[in-house]
Design a protein around this ligand. Structure first.
Ligand code: BJ8
Length: 424
C-alpha cells in the first residue's frame, strides 16, 4: 500500500483504521481462495492485479475524472442503466456490498433481520470504509425490494441518493412506468453533470456497454465446454470486477481472457478433470468480495459452470438495440432491454424459471444450487417455485440460505451430501 493511497483515502474521509483492517483481512482470503488455484488462465492476472490494488488505481482514476469536472455515479443494482450515465460523460460504478466486515456497522442502524447485501453496502457508507462510495457524487438506488428501498431513505441522510422506481409486474402499465423512469434518470444525470445527453452520445455509450456484455457472453460461452476452461470462482471474479472497472478496458481484458480460454477449449484443456459434477448457481447476487459458496463447491470437487444471477447472466443477457433514432427512441430501447432482467422482485416471474431450466440444459449441469441471502424474501419465496419446476424437469436442486458470516462447515456438509447424491 503506497503513501499516495493513504493520502487519497484521507482526503476522501475514509476511516483509515477500519479500512486497514478491511484490507489486511482481504489479502489472506484472496490468497487462499484465488491464488492457490491450480492451472489458472494467465488472463486472470489482470483481475488479480485489480483486486490486489482494489482501493488504489481505480479510485485514483475516478478521482482524476472528478478533478477534471466529471461525475461518478454509484449503483447497487443491474437495473440502473449504465448507458444513461456514460452518455453524460459520467462514470458508473457498482458498489461493494459483499463483505461481512461492514455488516456490523450497518446493523448499528438497520434491523439485523435485513439481508447482508443491504447491511454491508450501508455499513460501507456509514463506517466510511469504501473509497468508491466516498468518490461518488450520487448513488442511484431502486425500489427492487423493500429492504433496499427503505435503506435508501436512511442512506440519503449520509449521501446524495436518487431512487428509480422499478415496477413489480411485467405488464404494459409497468413498462410505461419504467420507460418514464429511464427518461427521468436522464434528466437527473444531465442536471448532475451539466452535460446534455445527445443521440450520438447515447449511441456511443450503448455500443460501449454492449461490447462489455458481448465479452461477458463470450466468457460464459467457454464455460459450456467440458472440461471447463476456467473455474467458477474466477468467472465470478471477472463479473464482479466488470461492475467497477472502466467499461472499455474491462471488455478488452475479458476478450483477451476469452482468446486464451477458447484455445484451451479447442485443446480439450480444463481447470478440473473432465467428469466432475457441473453446477449452476442461481439466486441472489454475489457482490465482491463474496466468494464463499463457489469456493466451497469447487473445493468439494465440483465445477461451477454458470451463475443465473445479477453478478452473472442477468447482467449481460440481451443487448440494447443500437438504433440511431431520436434520444427518446434510444431511451425506450434501453428501458425495454432492462425490463428483460428477471429479478425476483417481479410477480409473476416465470421467465426466471425458464431461464434456470434453459441454462441448466445449455451448460449441461448435473445440479442447481439455489443461493439465497438470508432475509431476502423475494428469492426465498421464489425458490419454492424453482424447486417445483426443477423437480418436474428432473434436475437436482439444493437450496442454500446463508449470509456473509462463517458457516462454512455447515454448508460444506450439505454440499458434500448433494454432490454425493449427484455422483450416485
Ligand atoms: S435486479 S437481484 S441486483 S435487486 S438479496 S438487496 S433483492 S433482500 S440484490 Fe438485486 Fe437488482 Fe434484483 Fe439483481 Fe433485496 Fe434480496 Fe437483498 Fe437483493
Amino acid at each position: 500500500m503506497t503513501t499516495d493511497n493513504r493520502q487519497m483515502w484521507k482526503e476522501l474521509g475514509i476511516d483509515l483504521e477500519s479500512h486497514d483492517a478491511l484490507l489486511s483481512g482481504l489479502g489472506p482470503v484472496y490468497q487462499e481462495i484465488y491464488l492457490s488455484q491450480k492451472n489458472r488462465p494467465e488472463g486472470m492476472g489482470f483481475f488479480d492485479f485489480v483486486v490486489g490494488d482494489i482501493h488504489g488505481i481505480r479510485v485514483r482514476e475516478l478521482r482524476q475524472h472528478a478533478k477534471n469536472g466529471g461525475k461518478v455515479v454509484a449503483t447497487y443494482c443491474v437495473f440502473v442503466p449504465d448507458e444513461v450515465v456514460l452518455a453524460a460523460d459520467a462514470v458508473p460504478v457498482g458498489l461493494c456490498a459483499g463483505a461481512q466486515f461492514s455488516v456490523p456497522v450497518g446493523e448499528e442502524i438497520l434491523p439485523r433481520n435485513t439481508c447482508a447485501l443491504i447491511k454491508s453496502s450501508f455499513g460501507f457508507k456509514l463506517g466510511r470504509i469504501c473509497p468508491y462510495v466516498q468518490t461518488s457524487h450520487l448513488i442511484v438506488g431502486e425500489t427492487t425490494c423493500d429492504g433496499k428501498k427503505k435503506m435508501f431513505e436512511i442512506l440519503a441522510e449520509h449521501h446524495p441518493v436518487y431512487v428509480m422506481e422499478v415496477p413489480n409486474k411485467k405488464n404494459r402499465a409497468s413498462l410505461d412506468l419504467w420507460r418514464s423512469e429511464v427518461v427521468d434518470l436522464k434528466q437527473v444525470i444531465e442536471k448532475l453533470t451539466g452535460n446534455k445527453i445527445t443521440t450520438d452520445k447515447l449511441a456511443r455509450a450503448t455500443k460501449l456497454v454492449n461490447a462489455r456484455r458481448r465479452a461477458l457472453q463470450r466468457l460464459y460461452e467457454t464455460r459450456r465446454a467440458s472440461p471447463v476452461p476456467i473455474s467458477g470462482k474466477d468467472a465470478l471474479l471477472v463479473s464482479q470486477v466488470s461492475f467497477y472497472d472502466d467499461v472499455s478496458r474491462c471488455a478488452q481484458q475479458v476478450n483477451a481472457l476469452c482468446d486464451e480460454l477458447e484455445k484451451r477449449v479447442a485443446k480439450g484443456e480444463g481447470v478440473f478433470p473432465a467428469g466432475v459434477p457441473r453446477i449452476l448457481i442461481s439466486g441472489s447476487p454475489m457482490a465482491i468480495p463474496n466468494w464463499k459458496l463457489p469456493h466451497i463447491i469447487e473445493s468439494a470437487g465440483a465445477a461451477v459452470v454458470c451463475e443465473e444471477s445479477c453478478i452473472g447472466t442477468r447482467a449481460f443477457t440481451n443487448l440494447v438495440p443500437e438504433t440511431d433514432g431520436t434520444v427518446e427512441a434510444q431511451l425506450k430501447a434501453i428501458a425495454d432491454r432492462y425490463m428483460q432482467i428477471h429479478c425476483a422482485c417481479f410477480t409473476p416471474n416465470d421467465e426466471r424459471l425458464d431461464d434456470i431450466v434453459r441454462l441448466a440444459k445449455e451448460y449441461r449441469v448435473d445440479g442447481v444450487v439455489h443461493y439465497n441471502l438470508q432475509f431476502c424474501h423475494t428469492y426465498a419465496n421464489e425458490a419454492v417455485k424453482v424447486e417445483k419446476r426443477l423437480e418436474k424437469e428432473g434436475i437436482p436442486l439444493l437450496r442454500i440460505e446463508t449470509d456473509y458470516g462463517d458457516d462454512t462447515g455447515q454448508l460444506r456438509t450439505r454440499i458434500d451430501a448433494f454432490l454425493e447424491m449427484i455422483r450416485g
